[in-house]
Design a protein around this ligand. Sequence first.
Ligand code: ADE
Length: 229
Amino acid sequence: MRFDIVTLFPELFPGFLSGSLLGAARAAGLIEVSVTDIRDHASGIHRQVDDRPFGGGPGMLLMPGPVVECVEAVQRCDPRPGQVILLSPGGRRLDQELVESLARRERLVLVCGRYEGFDARIAPALDAEEFSIGDYVLSGGEVAAMVIIDAVSRLVPGVIGDAESARQDSFSGADRLVEGPQYTRPREFRGLPVPEILLSGDHARIATWRHEQAREATRRRAECSPNTR
Ligand code: ADE
């Protein structure tokens, strides 16, 4: 899987890309990530990338020229055509199902918005989809790009040592339940005991209990966050 990040703030990425699971996955050649600065594709002495919206309104918009030319140059760096994704709060909301479909692509080009957003001609010019990581506004798409890279990389074969652990993650089964409570040592902490059944050694009953707990956790979550399933 290859990710190309297109951004005005490339300096935000090295720490994120080199730590933990992603650092190891890159070192093992399981995923490849390249970061490109949009400003390198801007023209003029000021290398302008943004301008005021026609018709008035607050803030500045990313101009189509530098963004589209930058993405076209990035596409030429690798023979696999990348699916272009614009990160913006108005895009399709990300969930695990969408993450799974992204993980089936071989290359994603993630374009990070800044300021008040993208000129509306950028998406059709690049045949791009727009994705949001949630109904709130970030200062830019960089954190959203990191979220997508993290969530998609976990599903690339070999990135998580134990494939079974990814299959058991919240939202991953056919019924998309969140995980119920889990416990480790000690058996009792500040008067709070580990449920007896988990110590019973009866794997069939434990599996049934866990499934019930997951359904209950999913139901409670839906009650306090009505936008979720
Ligand atoms: N840019 C600003 N806010 C965003 C969001 N919620 N998701 C994706 N990109 C964004």
